[in-house]
Design a protein around this ligand. Structure first.
Ligand SMILES: Cc1cc2nc3c(=O)[nH]c(=O)nc-3n(C[C@H](O)[C@H](O)[C@H](O)COP(=O)(O)OP(=O)(O)OC[C@H]3O[C@@H](n4cnc5c(N)ncnc54)[C@H](O)[C@@H]3O)c2cc1C
Length: 103
């Protein structure tokens, strides 16, 4: 995704509850004209209106694109806002960023 500073819209397709504080949010980038790929070990910046951004690692494989899994622990304002979201809600994502694992 060659848009370092512009969040791309992504919709929550599925929410998988892992435990009381962690859920996996399965996202899909809705604008198919935005090319997106990543490597294991990279993270995204997730933006939520009125909350800001937080770094979240991608917990799925590149082979499952265009679906992207983010396993998020409820800690502060932004992650609590994400945990209150339902399937179909739209988020902003920037990235990927970070050093990749040599798989
Ligand atoms: C490269 C990178 C990758 C990350 N990947 C993930 C990921 O895959 N999943 C994920 O859930 N988080 C991940 N994080 C952590 C996430 O970005 C932070 O937890 C973020 O600050 C949450 O934003 P918030 O507004 O909800 O909480 P904040 O308002 O920033 O924090 C609220 C309070 O909770 C405390 N806090 C914040 N995070 C934690 C924590 N993890 N453990 C204990 N106390 C904490 C803070 O010290 C603060 O007191 C990653 C961070 C980085 C830098």
């Amino acid at each position: 995704m060659n848009r370092t500073f512009i969040p791309a819209p992504a919709v929550i397709r599925e929410i998988i509850r892992e435990n009381d504080r962690i859920s996996t949010f399965r996202l899909e980038i809705t604008d198919k004209t935005i090319p997106f790929t990543f490597h294991p070990g990279q993270f995204l910046m997730i933006s939520v209106p009125h909350c800001g951004e937080a770094a979240i690692s991608i917990s799925s494989s590149p082979y499952t694109l265009p679906l992207i899994d983010l396993s998020i622990m409820r800690t502060g304002e932004l992650t609590t806002a994400i945990h209150a979201m339902k399937e179909g809600t739209q988020l902003g994502i920037r990235g990927p960023f970070g050093t990749v694992f040599p798989m």
